[in-house]
Design a protein around this ligand. Structure first.
Ligand code: BTN
Length: 335
């Protein structure tokens, strides 16, 4: 099995392999000797790592004499399982997993500079400094949401990079709908909403020459199993669990989302921006006919959304009849 690449702070590859082995054999007792053989460590190290997993909240039962088993499949984003499920795919090759990091975007950006290949995935169970758009932070409670970033090296002009944010939004929208049966709203440029509350967001960052992208990182945050949010977010954020009343297996949603994103990304590279614009317009009920207030950071105005420009910018018709092309800004519905 390919191993987890190592980087300071990433989950030790033996810990990841142990978790994958226990998960694949959940509820079956596996002897310490077999684990030691398959994971490539001594029996006393197996015991030590089992203690580590327990500290991380994974319910491993059993003891040295009898062997170990998982009472319930843990909802940990096991990197070995992700690689296995996405075998042969773009996003199944290089997977970095953290139980905790500051921001998967920050890590992925560094990996981009260090020359990591296209398709590298960085995921975390918790982030201590998750980044949102416009300098905001992203609430990243441990083990409940999806917090991950992918590295891409497309041959695009820098001005086309924002299309990747929109594309990721479309892919996430489709994956969430297929996985949960809930149909989120997609709001330009990067918001996923359910019942008007924020369910997910995308933060794209890049390193580029004046005419050519060197690499782009697309960071995606989705609220999956949160039961509640801090007071300041409770009226504006929601999760799949809060809306559906059901817990989701995050790894499954992640696999769907990455497979969808790979296929959408390839079509974008083959067919060009029109593919993204058409998909976005067909999925986003916000793209046309919505009364919105736009805050560009320079000015605030109200108007009605009138579709997207060929470059993927939002067109808003103002009351005086002029049509404004919004390059960047916060867009909120006016009811
Ligand atoms: C937004 O403001 O809507 C964008 C939020 C993006 C959050 C994700 S979580 C994973 C990745 N790492 C980060 O630090 N941010 C993005």
């Amino acid at each position: 099995m390919p191993q987890s690449p190592s980087l300071p702070g990433t989950t030790d590859r033996r810990l990841a392999a142990l978790l994958a082995l226990l998960t694949e054999n959940a509820t079956i007792v596996i002897s310490g000797a077999r684990i030691a053989r398959e994971v490539g460590m001594s029996r006393s190290t197996v015991w030590r790592w089992v203690q580590e997993l327990r500290k991380l909240g994974v319910q491993v039962k059993g003891e040295r004499r009898t062997g170990y088993f998982l009472e319930k499949v843990p909802d940990v984003l096991t990197p070995d399982l992700l690689r296995k499920r996405l075998k042969g795919n773009l996003f199944g090759k290089r997977v970095f997993h953290f139980f905790k990091t500051d921001s998967t975007n920050r890590v992925c950006m560094e990996l981009g500079y260090a020359g990591e290949p296209e398709g590298t995935v960085v995921m975390a169970e918790a982030q201590t400094a998750g980044r949102g758009r416009s300098g905001r932070s992203w609430h990243s409670e441990r083990g409940t949401g999806l917090y991950f970033t992918v590295l891409l090296r497309p041959r695009l002009a820098p001005a086309q990079a924002p299309l990747l944010t929109m594309l990721a939004g479309v892919s996430a929208h489709m994956a969430i709908a297929a996985h949960t049966g809930l149909v989120p709203e997609l709001k330009w440029p990067n918001d996923l909403l359910l019942n008007g509350k924020k369910l997910g967001g995308i933060l794209t960052e890049m390193h580029a020459e004046p005419n050519q992208v060197r690499f782009v990182i697309v960071g995606i945050g989705i609220n999956v199993n949160q039961e509640k949010f801090p007071l300041e977010l409770s009226s504006i954020a929601t999760s799949i669990r809060k809306e559906s009343g059901r817990e989701s297996y995050r790894l499954e949603l992640l696999v769907r989302l990455l497979a969808q994103f790979e296929s959408d990304y390839n079509r974008f590279l083959r067919e060009g921006p029109a593919f993204v614009i058409d998909r976005f317009e067909s999925v986003s009920s916000f793209a046309r006919g919505r009364r919105v207030r736009v805050d560009t950071g320079v000015e605030t105005f109200t108007g009605t959304t009138s579709g997207l420009s060929p470059e993927g910018l939002l067109l808003v018709a103002r009351e005086n009849g002029s049509v404004v092309t919004v390059i960047a800004g916060d867009v909120a519905e006016v009811r």
